[in-house]
Ligand binder design. Structure first.
Ligand code: PMP
Length: 359
């Protein structure tokens, strides 16, 4: 795997070499079954063993309590923007905190199904920060409170979460799930698209407290129906079989490294190096406020747009790929998810320094 690049893409993004090697070994003939996982019936015993192992591993790695259900659902995180209000807006009202583009999209989708109360919106500050917990005023009668734990585009991340009391807290963790330890019991529902820290595209993982799952509602679109999906163990129809298999391999890798404690340590180290460098100079300007910085997506700008483009192009020549920022922020975004090696971050910093000195 000598010709690998460091891919700083926001997602789909890097997989660990160890994960890719294991997948490659099993690609054409999975454990002497004479077939690939891609060819297996989702109801066959070989595949069910993978499926159940994946669920058990996720429960272990995230310390998910028994009163939570794990669902593997189609449609990525975006499908959950609709599924959450469809399933949880029992009294037609929810609180949303808008800290970025995806949080906004989730709120816009929910507004199709009920009343959305925007508790806080950082749009006017170009989503540079996460609100302080003391700034948040929740409605007393909301069905749930929704937030996005890590804002992939803007590079901000909730460091601590609000206590919403009896009102369930729902979090879109698409870009920081499995990057740090969290207390699952603080949330009513957690969802995440799989194509960043959970492997490859094709599904969302939903972790939901069982008492929030309604009995099967006949009018609900089947694929969005948590009750029906839970009753069928995510196999009402063919689940994204290979995506689940890759998640199992990613979880195995995390467990072998020492679980989320070790993952978090590595992520703090990697992000710390990059932010320390940014704070030590004045050529690059970090986008997010210090107190809200993301460990997963590090955003900054060079002095002007042309230089941003030149930076990304020159970096690519060095095998440092996909550093161009999202069109909403511009500048540079380095996504350094779990699978980005420390060496990738070191090489990026070395390149940044060289580039700045050459200007
Ligand atoms: N939420 C967040 C935080 C994301 O980063 C993304 C995708 N980058 C989405 C939602 C949308 O996910 P998907 O493409 O899986 O629908």
């Amino acid at each position: 795997m000598n010709d690998r690049v460091y891919n700083f893409s926001a997602g789909p993004s890097m997989l660990a070499d160890e994960v890719l090697k294991k997948i490659a070994e099993e690609l054409t003939n999975y454990r002497s079954t004479g077939m690939s996982v891609m060819e297996m019936s989702h109801r066959g015993k070989e595949y069910l063993a993978i499926f159940n192992e994946c669920k058990e591993r996720l429960r272990r790695v995230m310390a998910i309590p028994d009163d939570y259900e794990i669902l593997f659902l189609h449609g990525g995180a975006t499908a959950q923007f609709s599924a959450v209000p469809l399933n949880l807006m029992k009294n037609g009202k929810a609180d949303y905190i808008i800290t970025g583009n995806f949080a906004k999209k989730a709120a816009q989708e929910a507004a199709k199904f009920g009343q959305v109360n925007v508790v806080f919106d950082t749009s006017e500050e170009n989503h540079r920060r996460i609100p302080d917990l003391s700034e948040l005023r929740f409605s007393a009668d909301a069905d749930y409170v929704h937030l996005c734990s890590n804002n992939t585009i803007f590079g901000t991340e909730w460091q601590t979460f609000p206590d919403t009391g009896k009102v369930p807290l729902v979090a879109d963790m698409s870009s920081d799930i499995l990057s740090r330890r969290i207390n699952v019991a603080d949330f009513g529902l957690i969802y995440a698209g799989a194509q960043k820290n959970m492997g490859i595209a094709g599904m969302a993982v939903v972790i939901i407290r069982k008492d929030l799952i309604s009995a099967d509602d006949a009018r609900m679109p089947v694929l969005y129906n948590y009750g029906l999906q839970a009753k069928n163990d995510s196999m009402y129809n063919t689940p994204p079989t290979y995506t689940i298999y890759v998640l199992d391999k990613v979880l195995e890798w995390i467990e072998e490294l020492g679980g989320l404690e070790e993952m978090e340590k590595r992520n703090r180290l990697k992000a710390g190096l990059l932010y320390d460098y940014l704070d030590s100079q004045s050529y690059y300007l970090p986008h997010s406020e210090k107190s809200s910085r993301s460990m997963m997506n590090v955003t900054f700008t060079t002095p002007d747009k042309e230089t941003d483009a030149l930076f990304a192009a020159k970096a690519a020549e060095r095998g440092l790929l996909s550093l161009k920022g999202h069109r909403l922020v511009g500048g540079i975004r380095a996504s350094i998810y779990n699978a980005m090696p420390l060496q990738g971050v070191r090489e990026l910093i070395a390149f940044m320094d060289e580039f700045a000195k050459g200007r």
